[in-house]
Design a protein around this ligand. Structure first.
Ligand SMILES: [Zn+2]
Length: 698
């Protein structure tokens, strides 16, 4: 059994769904040898909640997981992996996006849950949020090629790809062809990787692909400008709810297109049906196998929601009810669409069809009024008490003063362009971000996301006290998320307020016992306090939460290196490379260990590999340059010093290296210029000052 979910994939951007410009031969090939559902719908346009529906067979009203962050699949809600494991399957998952991190409960029931996301090397992006499809496929391939299980043991493998999620940046091989449609280029790249995955099934064991049920779907689509929305999350229109649903396998007829509406909650019952496992009574969906086999199946109604506007923006939430033909959206100004006549949902018929709208609204209201299981990440007693003291009953986000009318997302969407511009500039152009975010906040002071991002922009601009002030204000209002609290802790550390930082981070760690980030930040505080033992303990705690967490391994390696425990350092860096063979940081540090052991040739080879993997890795460039220069190759070293200075900080160490290499090559004016700049950065370098004097003769 192979489940592939492709994040942010609109059905109508695949070749088999009629998109002429698509380059998706693998997915189209699966549709040709299997069944394609012409209409498949997600229940939420958000990664975490939608995957929770796919994997539990329940809508958000049934599993309680309502938004990315702040929720985890509750212990009482069973998942697909638990069903398959119980039935004797090997279970493994390889995911590519942070919303599916194990802390949110998606790992339950999986023997292997690989959510290793690289730090990434792109200053525009938050680190550790995405793994590209080739790396995820590599990891899945390693599992497929791993120790052979007793023959005949079936497997349930879930592979999640994240690439079509914004920003749209297909790899160089596809960037040219998709210059004007980079979103399609990302999809094409996933298609190539899916081909590798399917091939590997057969390579490991001939005929295995033919014996495997493969199901490809998505968690939600992408609006691409429809209804004024660029990406997804805000609205519950079909632009972001319609997804592909393609199945192929031994018991699936070839080339059939089913008109039955497939819903996210139908996925698990369908998989169980094909596996011959009896479905549990609490599943809300139904098996679509009869429809796949060409038997008539009437459409079942689908519930949809997005609480994104409420929780992230402080606006009204959206709930929707969809029948085979109509969709009602409950908003401050409700909407009704005739999907048969108006698939693009452009003509609101709520006034013309008042009777029908009223009936659908009552059905929706009845569904929504059911008790919903609590999937909110546990809040400890102390936090709950603090929140209660501030007037927040449950500590939920997005609450407004009682009775205040909340903005209809339709009216707020125009603010999102500026909000998104501010968000994407927060780390690279903080001044621009601060201007944009302040301007949207002037129009809507309740925009929580703008305030959170403003803190990040202040931090990126080095204005740590302003960042702290903004976050402390959110805290006072009971709106500080765990992620915000880590940013607060980091900014307190950058401002030198170490004890205060430790207090915030310890509390956040206690309130969110499965989150590694507070511990990683706490370790940095401990290092600055020169409490290396406490720092190591914090990193070890991260490893207990997330085995092989790369940054914890790196932290422990760096501490060992610092303390001269070279064997311990070697063990940690080597482990990183077992998990992530191209990790430039670990390659460089192993190179440093080789230099210390006097094995310069091996060191240089490691530095070169690091630079090949990450051409913009400043540290690796500098190590390579230094190693080349110190082994008598100044001419080779020179360009690497220059690159290191171009990408990294203009440190006096790098400038001195450059100067010495130039000097060795007889370029005295060049050397003098570099030494001069170095002295301006750090005037307390008597040796450098003396050498500069000798060169210039003054
Ligand atoms: Zn998603």
């Amino acid at each position: 059994m192979l489940l592939v979910t492709i994040d942010t994939l609109r059905a109508d951007h695949l070749g088999c769904y009629g998109h002429a410009a698509a380059l998706t031969p693998t997915i189209d090939g699966l549709a040709a040898r299997g069944v394609r559902f012409a209409t498949a719908v997600a229940h939420v346009p958000l990664t975490g909640p939608s995957h929770a529906s796919l994997l539990t067979g329940r809508t958000p009203l049934g599993h309680g997981f309502r938004d990315n962050g702040g929720y985890a699949i509750p212990a009482g809600v069973k998942t697909a992996a638990e069903d398959f494991r119980q039935a004797g399957y090997r279970t493994a998952a390889f995911v590519s996006g942070f919303p599916l991190d194990r802390r949110f409960g998606f790992d339950r029931g999986f023997d292997t849950y690989d959510d290793h996301l690289p730090r990434g090397n792109d200053p525009r992006r938050t680190p550790y949020v995405e793994r590209l499809a080739d790396a995820t496929t590599d990891a899945a391939l390693r599992w497929l090629a791993g120790p052979a299980p007793p023959s005949g043991t079936p497997f349930f493998l879930w592979v999640h790809y994240y690439d079509p999620h914004a920003p749209y940046e297909p790899p160089a091989t596809l960037a040219g062809r998709f210059r004007t449609a980079p979103y399609d280029g990302e999809i094409a790249f996933v298609d190539v990787q899916l081909a590798r995955l399917l091939r590997a099934l057969d390579e490991g064991e001939p005929g295995r692909l033919g014996r495997t049920l493969v199901l490809v779907t998505a968690d939600h689509g992408e609006a691409l400008g429809e209804h004024g929305e660029d990406t997804h999350g805000l609205f519950v229109y079909d632009a972001t709810l319609r997804v592909p649903w393609i199945m192929a396998g031994p018991a699936v007829a070839a080339g059939r297109v089913s008109a039955t509406v497939a819903r996210g909650i139908d996925l698990l019952p369908t998989l169980l049906d094909y596996a011959g496992i009896a479905p549990r009574a609490e599943l809300e969906g139904r098996s679509l196998r009869p429809a796949a086999e060409g038997r008539g199946m009437s459409d079942a109604a689908a519930y949809a929601e997005s609480l994104y506007a409420e929780r992230e923006l402080g606006w009204a939430p959206l709930h929707a009810w969809r029948t085979a033909r109509f969709k009602l959206i409950d908003a401050p100004r409700p909407e009704l669409y005739d999907l048969e006549a108006d698939a693009a949902e452009k003509t609101n018929r709520v006034a013309q069809e008042a009777g029908l709208a009223g009936e659908l609204r009552r059905t929706l209201a009845a569904a929504v009024s059911r008790p919903v299981p609590s999937a909110a990440v546990a809040v400890d007693g102390e936090t709950a008490e603090r929140l209660a003291a501030l007037g927040y009953v449950s500590g939920g986000r997005g609450q407004t003063a009682s009775g205040a009318a909340r903005r209809d997302p339709k009216d707020g969407v125009r603010l999102l362009t500026r909000l998104n511009r501010g968000t994407s500039a927060a780390r690279t152009d903080p001044a621009l971000a601060i201007r944009e975010l302040r301007s949207v906040l002037a129009e809507d002071p309740g925009l929580l996301m703008a305030r959170r991002t403003l803190a990040v922009a202040y931090a990126a601009g080095g204005q740590h006290d302003l960042a702290v002030a903004e976050l402390r204000r959110l805290e006072k209002e009971g709106q500080l998320t765990a992620e915000d609290a880590v940013v607060l802790g980091d900014n307190l550390r950058f401002s030198g307020r170490l004890a205060e930082a430790a207090g915030v981070l310890e509390r956040t760690a206690r309130d969110n016992p499965r989150f590694p980030e507070p511990w990683l930040s706490l370790a940095e505080v401990r290092i600055e306090e020169r409490k290396n033992g406490d720092a190591a303990a914090a990193y070890e705690h991260v490893l207990s939460l997330a085995p092989d967490h790369l940054e914890a391994l790196r932290g422990l390696g760096d501490l060992a290196l610092l303390e001269g425990r070279l064997d311990a350092a070697e063990t940690r860096y080597s482990r990183i490379l077992e998990v992530e063979p191209g990790d430039a940081g670990a390659l460089s540090k192993l190179g440093v260990l080789r230099m210390r052991a006097g094995r310069a040739t091996e060191a240089i080879a490691l530095f070169r590999r690091a630079v090949e993997r990450e051409p913009g890795h400043g540290e690796a460039l500098l190590y390579l340059a230094g190693a080349l220069a110190s082994t008598g190759h100044p001419a080779e070293a020179l360009p690497f010093f220059e690159k290191a200075l171009a990408v990294g900080p203009r440190s006096s160490m790098a400038l001195n290296g450059l100067a010495l290499a130039k000097l060795a090559l007889g370029d005295r004016p060049g050397a003098a210029a570099a030494f001069g700049e170095s002295l301006r950065i750090d005037p307390k370098q008597p040796d450098v000052a003396r050498t500069l004097k000798e060169i210039t003769g003054s």
